[in-house]
Design a protein around this ligand. Structure first.
Ligand SMILES: [Zn+2]
Ligand SMILES: [Zn+2]
Length: 768
């Protein structure tokens, strides 16, 4: 490969660009840029970099180097540019093909349809007018169609679609925006659409699907990373029918709308509009406008709506034909993983949908829509999926020599993480592993990722919990391959994830950590979930906790908030006071209190837990905001957040510093809540006062710990920090005390970020 220079050479320079520059249309971009600036030379891929040689006037070369950063393709991430003088071959600028042995590491996320392709599908004179699979180098399917490496058409699910001469010509022309766009296709040679389960096969499938949706029918729509179930989001009957058929009574439904319609539904700040329109096109939680033209059943009790813009040509065409926002919820049965295979969709969704809008481009792997919201000035990813995975995360500077780690994450919102040379690859959302179907999909994803990224772990990292499916899988893998196994405490992993994303180096030492979470096994064998830790990457010690309560019925207590409410009230007020208060007694009418209390007394199936998630459940139940039995995780906490309004003096917590660890005792909180309940204080103010009280209690203790230990940074993580009000207040209190909050943004604060934290802890321990 070094012999491509045959003619004379002139003085010029060599520019090495590293970052995410392969598989993203970088070389054609460089080619067009060099031609525009009249520079000679060449460009080629080399390992994980792109190497450019250019000759021409110094001013043009400087402009070229600047444009490499500022005009880079949407998918590229230029991290470093190194320029040095070099001899450059004479002649017009050209792209040098990668030689044998050149490894392409460029697997990039799927990209929402770009403006140029959008214009093309609406232009009656264009070759791809109304073609639902239009894409180019700047947009289209990527990770959802990749079946192997290097990223090349035969290694995608487009392998079965031979290019027509017109597409081939575009594909081979360096000046064309489809140069080497692997999924390139057109009506003559590419995937096609059809409608199933509907008698009328003569009509255009998009027009017919739109007519059905307008007539209140429910449709399955095969998309980019899986199937959606769609209906008219403005029609109450359609939404109610969808909920009934899907057995999904209250969990908010996401809506797909164009930008103009989204503005009619929600308040959208400029940075939120940028996030919606970003190539990753996530579902963004946005504040609902009062009286928004939407069916009332979309997000009952919520002040926010999950909105995404159309992100494939199919979505653009369908939405334009319907002319209204659409519900676009995961195509699955209740809590099972999203369906992405045709036959499975036909079998599992038949009882839910009236017709299927299908296409014949296979989906290589399930990719749920990503979910994010803007809190405390930054985007916070809540679910990492389509559009984000498998974009690597850069580890802090002194992790460059990290050994390759495979981290397997937790039980819920599971994801894997692979580290390699200063980068971490956090997988897409893989679902809850307590579902058998998800467990199988997790093992498939593990094989998929390790093969696709040719990852050979030197260390395996797992949670402390012995019964998690991911833990057992990691133990087996480590034992079989003879690899060391690192067990990482749940909340230590959460803190490490926050630290690593913030660029906190190993050399920066320990931080204070506030973990507000659901449940995770603690280092002492009890269940944790509301802790203050002092931790570095290798070790963690707990310095404070919320007073633990018994979870009567174990897992049942996580589904039935009244169980934890009873434990909190009994503890705060005493049993006779609870029983003697008609208002409280009414909350437990018909409940087996005797049995529950006996379980708690005897410690029978009533593990002690200090969980912030369960505290939210209890307070929501007390305020009448939680059903007897939750239909989805986080339901009560979301209702409590949505109910909070205005500013309110905080409820107190007591600090008990007589034992170890310190205890943050919520008894005064419950006394205050019960008194206000009797006084008829508005629920919105009580919910607000609870959030403020919790934020103040934990930040006050964290600040004391920081002073005592001489620390300045406070990591905040755990699923409860997805609560915008709580996170904003906590950040504000910490900053007011001169402390630096480290809050995850690209890594989910919930258990979806656990594997990333496990990976950095395991890496740090192995590096010593
Ligand atoms: Zn495009
Ligand atoms: Zn074609």
């Amino acid at each position: 490969m070094s012999k491509e220079v045959t003619g004379t050479e002139v003085a010029g320079e060599k520019i090495e660009v590293s970052g995410i520059v392969q598989g993203v249309g970088f070389r054609p971009f460089v080619y067009r840029l060099a031609r525009r600036l009249d520079l000679n030379g060449d460009v080629r891929n080399a390992g994980d970099r792109v190497v450019i040689r250019i000759a021409g006037p110094a001013a043009a070369r400087d402009a070229f180097a600047a444009a490499l950063v500022h005009e880079a393709p949407v998918l590229a991430r230029v991290e470093q540019i190194v320029r040095r003088p070099a001899q450059v071959p004479e002649g017009a600028f050209r792209i040098v093909e990668s030689g044998a042995g050149a490894v392409s590491v460029g697997v990039v996320p799927d990209v929402a349809t770009c403006p140029a392709c959008r214009a093309e599908i609406t232009d009656p004179k264009a070759r791809r007018y109304r073609y639902a699979f239009t894409n180019c180098t700047d947009c289209g399917p990527r990770f959802s169609i990749v079946t192997g490496l290097p990223y090349d058409r035969p290694a995608t699910t487009m392998a079965g679609f031979p290019m027509c001469p017109a597409c081939r010509a575009e594909y081979e022309d360096p000046a064309d925006r489809r140069f080497h766009a692997q999924p390139i296709a057109c009506t003559d040679c590419g995937p096609r659409l059809w409608l199933e389960g509907d008698g009328d096969t003569s009509a255009d499938p998009i027009e017919r699907a739109a007519a059905l949706l307008r007539a209140r029918h429910i449709l399955a729509v095969k998309g980019l990373g899986g199937f959606h179930i769609a209906c008219d989001a403005t029609n109450a009957d359609a939404v109610a029918l969808l909920r009934a058929r899907k057995h999904r009574p209250t969990k908010p439904l996401a809506v797909m709308a164009d930008l103009a319609a989204a503005h009619a539904l929600c308040h959208i700040a400029p940075e939120e509009e940028a996030a919606l329109s970003h190539p990753s096109a996530p579902i963004l939680l946005l504040p609902l406008k009062p009286g928004a033209p939407l069916a009332p059943g979309i997000a009952p009790g919520q002040r926010h709506l999950g909105v995404m813009l159309p992100y494939t040509p199919l979505h653009h065409l369908l939405l334009a034909a319907v002319g209204r926002p659409l519900v676009m919820t995961s195509g699955n049965r209740s809590s099972e993983p999203q369906i992405f295979r045709d036959d499975e969709a036909r079998e599992c969704l038949a009882g839910i949908v009236d017709a299927f809008l299908m296409h014949d481009r296979p989906i290589a792997r399930r990719l749920d829509d990503s979910v994010a919201r803007h809190v405390a000035g930054r985007q916070r990813i809540m679910r990492r999926g389509r559009g984000l995975a498998p974009m690597p995360l850069t580890l802090p500077a002194d992790f460059a020599d990290t050994p390759p780690v495979l981290a397997l994450g937790g039980e819920l919102k599971s994801a894997l993480c692979l580290t390699h040379g200063g980068k971490a690859l956090l997988s897409h959302h893989l679902g809850d592993l307590d579902e058998p179907a998800t467990g199988d999909a997790f093992e498939t994803a593990l094989a998929d990722y390790t093969a696709l990224f040719a990852h050979r772990p030197a260390v395996v990292a797992v949670d402390l919990h012995p019964d998690y499916r991911a833990t057992r899988l990691g133990e087996d893998l480590a034992a079989t391959a003879g690899l060391p196994l690192e067990r990482v405490q749940h909340h230590h992993a959460h803190m490490a994830a926050a630290m690593a994303e913030a660029g906190w180096r190993r050399a920066d030492g320990p931080v204070v950590g506030i973990a507000l979470d659901g449940l995770g096994l603690g280092a002492d064998g009890t269940v944790w979930g509301a802790e203050i830790l002092v931790c570095d990457y290798r070790t963690s010690r707990r310095v404070a906790r919320l007073s633990p309560i018994p979870l009567a019925g174990g897992d049942a207590a996580s589904r039935e908030p009244w169980r934890v409410l009873l434990a909190h009230l009994d503890r705060a007020l005493g049993r006779s006071a609870v029983d003697g208060d008609p208002r409280l007694a009414a909350l437990f009418a018909g409940k087996p209190l005797l049995t529950l209390r006996a379980m708690m007394d005897k410690g029978l199936n009533a593990p002690l837990a200090s969980s912030a998630g369960r505290l939210f459940d209890a307070v929501a139940a007390l305020l009448g905001l939680a059903p007897d039995r939750l239909s989805h995780e986080g339901e009560a906490a979301m209702a409590l957040e949505a109910a909070a309004e205005g500013e309110a003096p905080p409820y107190p917590f007591a600090l008990r510093a007589d034992g170890w660890p310190f205890e943050i005792d919520p008894a005064p909180l419950f006394k205050g809540l019960v008194a206000d309940l009797h006084a008829g204080r508005p629920r919105a103010a009580m919910a607000a006062a609870f959030h403020t009280g919790l934020a103040e209690a934990f930040t006050a203790v964290a600040a004391q710990v920081a002073t005592a230990e001489g620390l300045t940074a406070v990591a905040l993580s755990g699923g409860v920090f997805q609560n915008a009000r709580l996170l904003e207040e906590t950040v504000r209190h910490l900053e007011a005390r001169g402390l630096t909050p480290l809050v995850p943004s690209q890594v989910p604060a919930n258990d979806g970020g656990l594997a990333f934290g496990q990976a950095v802890v395991a890496a740090a321990r192995r590096m010593g």
